[in-house]
Design a protein around this ligand. Structure first.
Ligand SMILES: [Zn+2]
Length: 274
């Protein structure tokens, strides 16, 4: 499932294809994905120039050159990927739901499980139903140990749940939360408000570190992908704990534990994380 670094990689990969280009046609090959496409979507954006491609949390944003704010938001869901091709009119594949056509080529939004979606933003971002309630970006300057200490204060929920709370920090998902908690030596079940000052500092550094490294890895995979297939979306990581139940901890050799918190798997090392 794509998380923040994967979405960032997709956004960076889309820029050379889409940024500054006129969207000749947005071809919708069905009426919906996870949600119905906004009414008149294709007509609203076709023919307009894509001024910039950005990321906010786990959302991609295509900003159009337009007198009033006009952006197309995309979410990759569980299995969404973007495939860039330097030709228009190439045969479509199964699960190609949306095609961006430009003079430079085409980008196919392919999503077998169809948890991905599009939305049209015609106004300020903070009035949009997906973006409006989001907290600050974890890699942004706003997220500091001081910010986290205030956000965590008196919170009774487990630290894992607080980190997944998109109103506190936007864009963190299950994988990077598990990894950041491992890196900072904090047990995922700890009560959020019980974290000591030094722990919050370590956690803040770890969050930014795991995300930055994953984005860097995505950048190198991007260079490889572009040579092969133009396919954007996924790359392999060497996780420390995520998906490694019963494997040896890379630090202390103890078996990695898996528990379920709010219906999602949490992986951690009981020896390294207190
Ligand atoms: Zn360990």
């Amino acid at each position: 499932m794509p998380e923040l670094p994967e979405v960032e990689t997709v956004v960076r990969g889309l820029r050379p294809f889409l940024q500054g280009q006129r969207l000749d046609r947005l071809l919708l090959r069905r009426a919906d994905m996870r949600f119905p496409f906004p009414e008149g979507l294709s007509q609203r954006v076709s023919g307009k120039t894509m001024a910039s491609i950005e990321r906010r949390a786990k959302y991609g944003l295509i900003r159009f050159d337009h007198p009033e704010p006009l952006s197309l938001l995309f979410h990759l869901g569980m299995s969404g990927r973007m495939v860039c091709e330097e030709e228009v009119g190439l045969p479509f594949e199964k699960h190609d739901h949306v095609i961006f056509e430009t003079a430079k080529g085409q980008v196919r939004f392919n999503d077998p499980r169809r948890f991905g979606f599009l939305d049209l933003i015609e106004g300020p971002d903070d009035e949009n139903r997906f973006l409006g309630s989001l907290g600050p970006e974890p890699l942004g300057e706003q997220v500091t140990p001081a910010y986290l200490r205030t956000a965590f204060k008196d919170r009774a929920s487990p630290i894992k749940a607080s980190l997944l709370n998109q109103r506190l920090i936007a864009g963190l998902g299950n994988i990077y939360v598990c990894e950041a908690l491992f890196e900072s030596g904090i047990r995922p079940t700890r009560k959020t408000g019980s974290l000591k000052r030094a722990e919050v500092e370590r956690l803040c550094t770890a969050i930014k570190g795991v995300l930055s490294r994953a984005i860097e890895a995505g950048g190198s995979s991007l260079r490889d992908y572009k040579q092969v297939s133009g396919e954007l979306g996924y790359f392999q990581h060497a996780w420390s704990v995520y998906g490694r139940e019963n494997d040896d901890c890379r630090t202390c050799d103890a078996p990695i534990k898996r528990i379920v918190q709010s219906n999602r798997s949490t992986f951690y090392c009981a020896a390294c994380q207190r």
